[in-house]
Design a binder for this molecule. Structure first.
Ligand code: ADP
Length: 261
């Protein structure tokens, strides 16, 4: 770079340098704040199940162990807490990988119908417990071949169906549909007839740890990361995710995928 002797140019360069530095510092500050908030959220999420497990173990040690029926009940509840911890840690692991751009997609051609059926098989018991019927239109006997990361797409459908069960109406339904779109795309829809979501919450649903019901009373084992993971996976595929919801009537989450001929 040539040495500038002109005072005005020099001043401009110094000012530009200062501006750039300021932006750099602001960016670092935002990142630091983000990191701190993330850690705060993580420890908060871990605390609840940890205290639950500790509570049951302490009660057992305190004498409940001698009561045969209590012993089993409390051990089962402690185990549920541990299960919840495992889910949270798995989700954290996944979201961290995604956020550092470490989400390696492994593309292959597969039948999306089969993946929906797999998810239903895995979640049937969970749905049954709440009397929720998992429905998949019978017209999908024919395979629908897509090009995507099979495992990650199964995770997306799982998260959406799990939510439809968690926030669905008792004895309600979860309906999955696969439809053709233009331009060789398909759309997968997951629809429930549960609580629905107020419009003001919709823009924030896909944020990490965002929950409509802050009390956590209804958070039935979720990490608050499910939809953030879904969004990351769909966006890594360069596809789109949509949500439509009417409070009191239900919600529909849908996403697009690339079809193969
Ligand atoms: P969580 O572990 O809390 O379920 P998610 O990221 O999967 O975390 O979802 C974020 C929030 O979005 C939920 O806490 C819930 O308030 C809302 N939500 C997600 N899916 C549905 C649905 N099908 N019906 C109503 N609310 C939903």
């Amino acid at each position: 770079k040539p040495i500038t002797t002109d005072m005005a140019t020099l001043t401009m360069e110094v000012q530009k340098f200062a501006r750039d530095k300021k932006i750099e510092i602001e960016t670092l500050k935002i990142r630091e704040e983000y990191r701190r908030e993330f850690l705060g959220n993580v420890s908060h999420e871990l605390k609840t199940p940890l205290f639950t497990v500790q509570g049951y173990l302490l009660t057992l040690l305190d004498g409940a162990m001698n009561d045969k029926s209590l012993r089993k009940k409390y051990l089962q509840r402690a185990e549920k807490g541990v299960e919840r911890l495992i889910y949270i840690v798995q989700d954290l692991d996944m979201i961290t990988k995604m956020e550092v751009g470490d989400l390696n997609l492994t593309f292959s051609v597969f039948n999306i119908i089969e993946v929906v059926q797999n998810v239903f098989d895995l979640l049937e018991m969970k749905a049954d417990k709440k009397g929720i019927m998992l429905m998949f239109d019978q017209k999908y006997i024919k395979p629908v071949m897509v090009y995507a990361d099979r495992e990650k797409i199964q995770q997306v459908i799982t998260n959406l169906v799990v939510n439809s069960i968690k926030y669905g109406k008792e004895n309600g339904t979860t309906e999955v549909a696969v439809e053709d779109l233009v331009n060789n795309k398909i759309i997968v829809r997951v629809k429930d007839n549960g609580d629905g979501i107020e419009a003001k919450h919709i823009p924030r649903l896909f944020e990490r740890f965002y929950r409509v019901d802050k009390s956590g009373a209804r958070s039935e084992g979720g990490s608050g990361l499910g939809l953030a993971i879904v969004k990351h996976i769909i966006e890594a595929h360069e596809e789109k995710i949509y949500v439509e919801s009417k409070p009191g009537q239900g919600s529909e989450f849908s996403f697009t995928l690339e079809k193969t001929k």
